[in-house]
Ligand binder design. Structure first.
Ligand code: NAG
Ligand code: NAG
Ligand code: NAG
Ligand code: NAG
Ligand code: NAG
Ligand code: ZN
Length: 380
């Protein structure tokens, strides 16, 4: 048990040292740990209900417990802070490796009222962790890639949607002279910022903020993505509702260089989704199948050179809208899981196919041959 705790305590210790505001969480974790000794494996994780919506503090506890339970493949990290100085945490899931790894990014809960989104991030993590030991494919994914999962990005807004206004969408920042709270975080990224499908009116649901990346939540994502952009091969951002797989771009004048590849893969994901429970998802750039917009994280990620970038708009297609009943969480997550995993499989195959492995083996052999040749020639 002590061993299990170690890696997380280590991470937490670093965070405590570097970030005073992290101490509240640490205090919680430590009291949690004290209570648990010696029975860390009887934490409430076993009875965690993935078919119900959870408030922010429960999701934070869940993240800590997941990290404690799976110290071999899960690390808890701090992405940044919200406007109200709440810690935005993410789970990094993957085997430790000496080799450089690729990254699959997934964020949930950028729009507060889309509660099915954080529910899906949690479902996704559960599925990965339940299968990585038995499923050879998932095991390969964790060996070659790390999943970076942000279950709730817009924590301030999410809490506000639980406590005050169920249909709150934006962040909770306020700027001097503005009549209203909140910036639409998915209009605040630096991609054709505020040019189309976004508003400069602070009271609008699509207020783009005073400038690109003005919001600390957006800055937190952008900083991490910028620093790892060469390694991130796939960027998922999860929303509701509409049953759509959206690809770049939302801006009508922009087009992705790998448009066809993105579309084909998206269509195959939609097929995988349909196979599960018969639910229909449409696929395409928002400028063709939804509405024109700018400043979204999906478009910005593609601008950064991340080849595969998708927004999933989960169930439903208008009956309940943002108020998706809990009875539908399971089926919604199951089908979305199928779609996401199809994309993950394809992306993984592209970067870690036999051909790539052979090429790197060839390079290794060639390099050692050249080194050997150089050695025998005494030519170093
Ligand atoms: C989980 O939550 C759902 C929705 O509230 C409920 O129907 C179900 O009975 C719960 N499952 C358990 C095991 O408590
Ligand atoms: C990944 O880590 C898990 C847990 O330590 C281990 O069981 C598994 O064998 C590892 N996989 C690989 C491919 O090294
Ligand atoms: C983007 O370019 C592709 C060709 O590469 C074309 O088929 C498609 O219609 C274009 N899409 C948009 C939205 O302009
Ligand atoms: C909404 O989704 C359901 C389930 O996939 C489907 O039967 C129905 O045709 C869809 N309606 C529209 C307007 O797309
Ligand atoms: C987006 O803007 C273009 C150009 O103004 C227009 O042709 C297109 O119909 C718009 N797309 C949507 C979905 O409204
Ligand atoms: Zn949304």
């Amino acid at each position: 048990t002590a061993e299990d705790i170690q890696p997380v305590s280590w991470t937490l210790a670093i965070l405590t040292a570097t970030l005073p505001s992290f101490r509240t969480l640490i205090a919680d974790v430590h009291s949690l740990l004290k209570m648990q000794v010696p029975g860390i494996h009887t934490l409430s994780l076993d009875s965690y209900n993935y078919s119900t919506y959870h408030p922010a503090d429960q999701i934070t506890n869940w993240m800590v417990e997941v990290a404690l339970r799976h110290p071999d493949v899960v690390q808890l990290h701090l992405l940044g802070q919200t406007y109200e100085k709440k810690n935005i945490l993410y789970l990094k899931i993957g085997n430790r490796s000496e080799q450089p790894k690729k990254i699959i990014w997934m964020d949930c809960g950028i729009h507060a009222r889309e509660w099915i989104s954080p529910a899906f991030c949690q479902w996704f993590v559960k599925e990965i962790l339940q299968t990585y030991k038995s499923d050879a494919k998932v095991s390969r994914y964790l060996q070659d890639m790390d999943f970076y999962i942000v279950p709730v990005l817009n924590i301030d807004g999410y809490i506000y949607s639980w406590q005050t206004n169920r249909l709150w969408r934006k962040s909770r920042s306020i700027y001097p002279g503005n009549a209203c709270f909140g910036t639409d975080l998915n209009r605040n990224f630096d991609s054709a910022w505020c040019s189309v499908g976004a508003s400069r009116d602070p009271c609008s649901e699509t207020y783009c903020g005073p400038r690109a990346e003005s919001e600390s939540e957006v800055k937190a994502v952008a900083n991490l993505v910028r620093s790892r952009k060469a390694d991130i091969v796939c960027f998922f951002t999860i929303h509701s509702y509409g049953q759509l797989i959206l690809m770049p771009y939302g801006h009508p004048d922009k087009n992705a260089s790998n448009f066809k590849e993105l579309l084909d893969l998206g269509l195959r994901a939609a097929e995988a989704i349909k196979k599960k429970h018969g639910t229909t998802y449409r696929v395409g750039p928002p400028s063709s199948i939804l509405y024109n917009n700018s400043g979204s994280s999906r478009d910005w990620a593609r601008d950064m050179g991340i080849p595969f970038s998708y927004t999933l708009e989960l169930r439903d297609n208008g009956t309940h809208g943002f108020l998706l009943p809990e009875e539908q969480i399971e089926a919604t997550c199951q089908e979305a899981q199928a779609g996401v995993m199809l994309i993950v499989e394809s992306v993984h195959a592209k970067y870690f196919s036999g051909a790539t492995a052979l090429a790197s083996l060839w390079l290794t052999i060639t390099a050692s041959y050249v080194a050997g040749w150089a050695l025998t020639r005494g030519n170093l």
